[in-house]
Design a protein around this ligand. Sequence first.
Ligand code: SF4
Ligand code: SF4
Length: 232
Amino acid sequence: MKGAQRYGCFMEGPQQECKQCGSCCSSGGPALHREDERLVRSGALPLAQLITIRKGEIAHNPLTNSLQPVNQELVKISGVGREWNCCFLDPEEKGCTIYEHRPMACRALQCWDTRAIEELIEKDTLSRLDLIGDNNPLRSSVEEHERLFPCPDMKALLTRGPSDHAAELEDLVNEEIAYRTRVVQSFDLSLGEELFYFGRPLFHLCVAAGAEVVEVEERLIVSWPKGRFGTV
Ligand code: SF4
Ligand code: SF4
């Protein structure tokens, strides 16, 4: 160490290494890639700690730094809390509790040089069906659910609301929650497992698009207050 550097870090140059501040783990878990399949198969990443982001759902696109519909289904590590911290982040220590088994995107992330992580975005990502074995009895339910209840056009919902399809969408929201409740009960799925197999319920997506949802006599009532649209 020479000169002024001896007396402190005020002469510090550009960041060259990870300071283990945990910030990058505080904005949602990473998407999984093909290379991460072994981590799921080995149990290092249990299905109950993964969440499916279905094609068309709105997610943060780091390339454009904006909220956009995803072009393909993604499986991500679940988030917790209001800030959506990665569920494997130790908030006290700001450390990763599965450091040796962290996914490829975490290993590639260098906040001071984002070229490697940008290369990975939406490339060779895993989908649910890559992780659900052919013999898994839930496979056909996942396929049927996707066929019956695809993600609605979120961009249209966010910019215009449901237009004249509000009643139709409300029916769909109720049919979907009844469908997933049946499957959840018959397979005794935890909430974490449900979110992996079926992603977020349609009513959640409506809330994310600005709707208000209340339950009245076992039916979800979806209303669309004016003035909440135009965010995408
Ligand atoms: S990569 Fe950057 S943001 Fe992430 S823990 Fe390291 S220093 Fe913090
Ligand atoms: S798996 Fe570990 S390194 Fe990756 S986002 Fe979660 S806490 Fe951070």
